[in-house]
Design a protein around this ligand. Structure first.
Ligand code: SF4
Ligand code: SF4
Length: 84
């Protein structure tokens, strides 16, 4: 299981600052940041610590097991950003 960022993300990068494994990308200044509609969690590097969830003011980050049906495509979208 990993955590997944969904389409209500406003790219304010608050989650990036608290993630202990640096698995949320693209970060500001990285290739693709401007073009990205949201940020993404690397499903392999995420350690399921949940630290990013309270940091997110738009409730955009959910555990895979808690995703409502209509948000499940974001599992693949997060992984795809990392080519996984
Ligand atoms: S659950 Fe932890 S490791 Fe995974 S993205 Fe959030 S802060 Fe990073
Ligand atoms: S804290 Fe939430 S809204 Fe901000 S970048 Fe992370 S997922 Fe997106």
């Amino acid at each position: 299981m990993a955590y997944v960022i969904t389409d209500s993300c406003i790219k304010d990068s608050l989650c990036v600052e608290v993630c202990p494994t640096d698995c949320i990308h693209p970060k500001e200044g990285e290739p693709g940041f401007e073009a990205a509609t949201q940020l993404f969690v690397d499903p392999v590097e995420c350690i399921d610590c949940g630290a990013c969830v309270p940091a997110c003011t738009s409730d955009s980050i959910l555990a895979v097991d808690d995703l409502p049906e209509e948000k499940k495509p974001f599992i693949e979208k997060n992984a795809a950003f990392f080519g996984k």
